[in-house]
Design a protein around this ligand. Sequence first.
Ligand code: ZN
Length: 376
Amino acid sequence: MNPTLELAKELISRPSITPSDEGCQELIAKRLEAINFKIEHVPFGDVKNLWATYGESGPLFIFLGHTDVVPTGPIEEWSHDPFNPIEKDGFLYGRGAADMKGSVAAFVTSIEDFFNENKSEMQGRIGVLLTSDEEGPAINGVAKVVEELNNRKEKIDWCLVGEPTASKTLGDVIKVGRRGSIGCEIKIFGIQGHIAYPHKAKNPIHLATEAINGISKLHWEDKTGQFQDSVLQISNLNSGTGASNVIPGELTLNCNVRYSPSTTTEAIKESVESILKSHNLSYEINWIQGGNPFLNTETTLIESVKNSIISIIDIVPDQTTDGGTSDGRFVAPTGAEVVELGPVNDSIHKIDERVKIEDLAQLSEVYKNILKSLLT
Ligand SMILES: [Zn+2]
């Protein structure tokens, strides 16, 4: 009997492609209501969010996760129906198995087990925050709920995000921060003309080469010791009309920087724009802010997560900050300590997504241990 597996299967059988929830949160709410959680549905637009809490006072620990999944891709390439969970060779197959319905199921079973064993000694509060828009624009999801909680002066102390962080085996990697992301589109203007009359035109490709060279070398040092240095990457470079006898009128350049908390977006913007200015270019620049970076300054949750992994799985996890962004970026600015721990991520967003069945039970055990260490 593996209750985490059973619940994960029930969740996977609901085809909740972003921003759809398909009753996943209702199912979780029922389970939590049965153990006396206070249930609040907090929808914004077409996004469903669940905020469930237990306890009256003391530090607040929350599990943070999402019920939405990414699209399946070509269904005919799947070995089985992605929304009909299948157990095979020790794995559970289905869209969302690893990202992150397995973790969401483990949230619930870990709390149920913790209550069975240690409820009378519990001090503090437990919350579960779920959204149906993590994989999409993430505008009406956790960002809005956190805003609402801030308005109520609700302070989260510890936040455990169930994103699939493991690289090869469960527990080998946890994330204690994430890089931020900022991008820009730069348009450099020249004057279009005949290639045989260059004195009557202005070639933006020629004008931009030195600036592009300078921009491509930009980097910002990480001083936290937890991140790589931040480097700018050019993702797109376009100019030319397609004709070989025309000097183009403009050049477009797209850049992105994944940056550590040692760097600010102001510093990045200033570096790029000062290079453009120093070459006297006629240009236009449009900045696109992605997620903000975060890094824990406290280590209570980190220590609890590490010790729980060591005692249950018997491996010492690596602490990293790489990868894309997660909803942890919305909770970290409230001052909460945020750590991410979830299943192996080698099949996420892919055809035949899967999770090891024994990892589901083990993940639930680790989560329970964390609750025990922080709240008793
Ligand atoms: Zn995810």
